[in-house]
Design a protein around this ligand. Structure first.
Ligand SMILES: [Zn+2]
Length: 337
């Protein structure tokens, strides 16, 4: 048995409409706080869109503290950002490079043109969450993250020294080194990047359910993520990047990027720390490190989880006339009791 604080997920996609009801309900079971991403079909770039989305989500939310993000791009206005910040409508700003992932066609093509917004964030102590991939035609998708560190992130950290940055869903040893050698920057790690590698993704049969951006990397990179997560290093914490897509859109001629991991993410993390004999660092990775980075208080009541061996997990969750594919890595499942 394990006793832990109710975890936080500092990177989740709730989407919209009836799908967001379904996904939020699952999130409420597992997380005390969720940081919700803004890449809706119409990205949340202004106060009208954000207010509308907030209203819908907060109406159906039962128990988690929901932290909202704003989608930063050239269409944002400083005046509107000021208004939203003053009224505490959003918690952090998210930056997507153009076409980096699902719903990022409104992303940023030249980060240097975003200076006035980054200055605003820095001056107001608003965290910047970054999808760290340099996206360019004909570039190797396996090189995108490293290129982003070299070309864009180095520029940002040099120029905006007190800006609080979260590099989201890191996948490489290069990102681990970058975080460790720079100030004011932390990183989230997903369940699937921690537990999978190119071999499990496409070494034998291709598993479309594991296709995501940034793409899952080789075992050298996976081991660097595992080592730093298990160590309890305060600069690294959990953000699932759980992204629901319908089964018919995943098992399709053109498979969309995203892994839906919410249902078993805590079970997977508990098993991973358990088998590596690092259970004492679970609270750091799942709750404390993220809250410390963001300056947030958290609920310290504990919840017990029981380990069930060879549990038959639910691979698909029925949604309307389709399914969501639940990510799970282990035969043993940890259930909250
Ligand atoms: Zn994401």
């Amino acid at each position: 048995m394990l006793k832990i604080f109710k975890p936080c997920d500092f990177h989740v996609h709730l989407r919209e409409g009836s799908l967001s009801h379904f996904v939020l309900k699952e999130n409420n079971k597992h997380f005390q706080k969720i940081l919700v991403m803004p890449n809706l079909k119409k990205p949340l770039t202004n106060s009208n869109l954000l207010l509308n989305y907030r209203k819908k989500i907060l109406k159906i939310n039962k128990s988690s503290e929901v932290l909202f993000t704003i989608y930063l791009n050239k269409d944002c206005s400083l005046k509107d950002l000021e208004y939203m910040h003053k009224n505490k409508l959003f918690f952090s700003a998210k930056l997507y490079p153009l076409n980096a992932t699902t719903n990022s066609t409104s992303g940023v093509s030249d980060i240097k043109k975003m200076s006035k917004f980054l200055t605003f964030l820095e001056e107001n102590n608003i965290p910047l969450c970054i999808h760290g991939e340099h996206v360019h035609n004909n570039d190797d998708p396996y090189e995108r993250e490293k290129k982003f560190l070299d070309k864009e992130l180095s520029w940002i950290t040099k120029r905006f020294k007190s800006l609080k940055i979260t590099l989201e869903h890191i996948t490489t040893k290069d990102s681990v080194s970058f975080i460790n050698s720079h100030k004011n920057i932390s990183a989230t790690i997903t369940t699937h990047h921690l537990l999978e590698n190119t071999y499990s993704f496409l070494g034998n049969e291709l598993k479309p359910e594991l296709f995501c951006k940034p793409i899952i990397k080789g075992s050298v990179h996976q081991e660097a993520l595992q080592k730093v997560a298990l160590s309890g290093n305060p600069r690294f914490f959990f953000g699932s990047d759980s992204a629901p897509h319908l089964k018919t859109r995943k098992f399709a001629p053109s498979c969309c990027a995203g892994v839906y991991s919410t249902k078993y993410s805590i079970s997977n993390i508990l098993e991973f720390f358990w088998i590596n004999k690092k259970s004492s660092n679970i609270n750091k990775f799942l709750t404390q490190n993220g809250c410390k980075h963001y300056g947030l208080n958290y609920d310290k009541s504990t919840h017990s989880y029981k380990r069930l061996k060879n549990f038959k997990f639910q691979k698909y969750s029925k949604f309307k006339n389709d399914y969501l594919i639940n990510y799970n890595c282990f035969d043993n499942i940890w259930l909250k009791i």
